[in-house]
Design a protein around this ligand. Structure first.
Ligand code: GAP
Length: 446
């Protein structure tokens, strides 16, 4: 019997990008020489520069373009009391189901999404189990086992502070909580008046049930968050609203989702006036996020804003507007935008006993919070996918936007004679002295 020769399968775009990332030292698995650790990735020299440029652009767009935003840098480990107060100990969980044969663990709502193509986020465990049973969904690992009824799995990574047991702490699942617990000190030290914002760029950790899709679902990732503190009476009085009110966005309302319709294009002004967008501050940050994405080099038709359905909305939020990017394998939330109201400050005031109000003309006001929350890793992946070019040259390449390119100038002597290497090297240092990112390559060939 002759062996049938297997046709080499063409790589998917996702596989190609992962391959380039490994070869070019952009991103690679953490502890790769020991087989890696699911949900953890390291950034190499090129990846680190692109990542830093994304963070710089965040600072430029969200922090330095205003005169009332303060940036902080705080601890990633926090005592349990913080997360008891914030509600994360009780409510920050995902539905976990286990195969009764091979014992592999799966996130029930994602499994249903993959099998039936419907959004199951926010459904109760009973609803999820009913969908699994009615549709005969089997374990995706062994393909045979039945799946157990889902149970809640808390996503925070737990640790213990010091050598004595019982001092429970967690790696923060969002950078935001440090901002709320430091609110009083920052407000007082900066003599801040409402509205003002506190921003933070830093690591967050989630013990995801099934990390997947390269940089999309990680267990350690970088967030860039801004908590904007506003007098609740002023939520429809953003001082710069007029500057952005005509910005157009692609928007998927709750009603459109109920009817199974596609996103429609609206202006921010229209969205606020028709109560599709909760208030002017939310509208303002939708416009800023849209501008930010375009500066990252992600075209407008590749992303949209979706008003989350009540069941999908986080425990601390009254309304969420996710910025979702179209990836080759599906649509992914890359920026969250939440109206957190006074939820967090009130909870921390109640449990810590510290007053969290601001004095506004003799009134004690607990500010309301609007929170744009951006994930560096998902955005970087979206940038790579949208900048990868196969045409125009004989080789594949990344066409990064100006603000993201790791190097702006390449200096190479081309020939190793007549003092050209020395000249080129001097030029290289001169360019660097101007603060321009340059790279020197003495091998010479273009
Ligand atoms: N403070 C609000 C908050 O954390 P979120 O929607 O859970 O909101 C915000 O997260 C952003 O953080 C997401 O839009 C995403 O970019 C990023 N993110 C969340 N979980 C992630 C994960 N497991 N892996 C990579 N990025 C993640």
């Amino acid at each position: 019997m002759s062996k049938t020769k297997k046709e080499p399968q063409e790589k998917t775009l996702q596989e190609e990008i992962v391959d380039v990332c490994l070869r070019r030292g952009i991103v690679f698995p953490t502890a790769e020489i020991y087989g890696g650790a699911a949900g953890f990735y390291d950034y190499g020299p090129v990846g680190t520069m692109i990542r830093q440029n994304i963070i710089n652009l965040f600072r430029e767009t969200f922090i330095n373009s205003e005169d009332n935003i303060y940036e902080i840098s705080t601890s990633t480990v926090l005592p349990e009391s913080v997360f008891k107060a914030s509600g994360h100990v009780k409510s920050f969980h995902d539905p976990l189901t286990q195969c009764n044969k091979c014992k592999s663990m799966h996130r029930a709502d994602h499994l249903i999404e993959a099998s039936l193509g419907l959004n199951a986020e926010g459904k109760s465990n009973d609803e999820l189990f009913a969908l699994i049973s009615e549709n005969g969904i089997k374990c995706p690992t062994c393909k045979k086992g039945e799946l157990d009824p889902p149970r809640e799995f808390n996503m925070m990574l737990k640790t213990n502070i010091g050598p004595v047991d019982g001092n429970t702490a967690y790696l923060r699942p969002e950078t935001a909580q440090n901002i709320f617990i430091n609110f009083r000190r920052i407000a007082h030290s900066m003599r801040a008046k409402l509205p003002f914002g506190i921003a933070q760029v830093g690591k967050a950790y989630r013990n995801e049930i099934s990390p997947r899709n390269f940089l999309v679902r990680l267990r350690e990732f970088e967030q860039m968050e801004l908590e904007m503190f506003v007098d609740p009476d002023e939520l429809n009085n953003h001082p710069r609203f007029e500057e952005i009110e005509d910005v157009e966005i692609r928007f998927l309302s709750q009603e459109a989702q109920d009817k199974g319709e596609d996103p429609s294009t609206i202006t921010i002004k229209e969205g606020v006036e028709k109560n599709l967008i909760y208030n002017q501050y939310i509208g303002y940050y939708m416009a800023i996020e849209s501008l930010f994405l375009q500066n990252l080099g992600i075209p407008e038709d590749k992303f949209r804003f979706r008003h989350l359905m009540p069941k999908e909305t986080a425990h601390y939020s009254k309304a969420n507007y996710d910025l979702e990017i179209i990836f080759p394998f599906g649509i992914v939330e890359c920026i969250g935008l939440a109206y957190r109201t006074d939820y967090d400050l009130l909870k921390h005031q109640e449990i810590s006993g510290m007053k969290m109000h601001i004095d506004v003309e003799g009134k004690k006001v607990i500010p309301h919070v609007i929170e744009p929350s951006l994930g560096v890793d998902r955005l970087l992946y979206a940038v790579l996918l949208n900048s990868y070019i196969k045409e125009e040259r004989k080789w594949t390449w990344f066409k990064f936007s100006n603000s993201l390119a790791p190097w702006v100038v390449l200096v190479t002597p081309l020939q190793r004679k007549d003092g050209l290497p020395e000249e080129a090297n001097n030029l290289f240092w001169e360019i660097k002295d101007y603060g321009i990112e340059a790279i020197y390559d003495q091998t010479g060939a273009i």
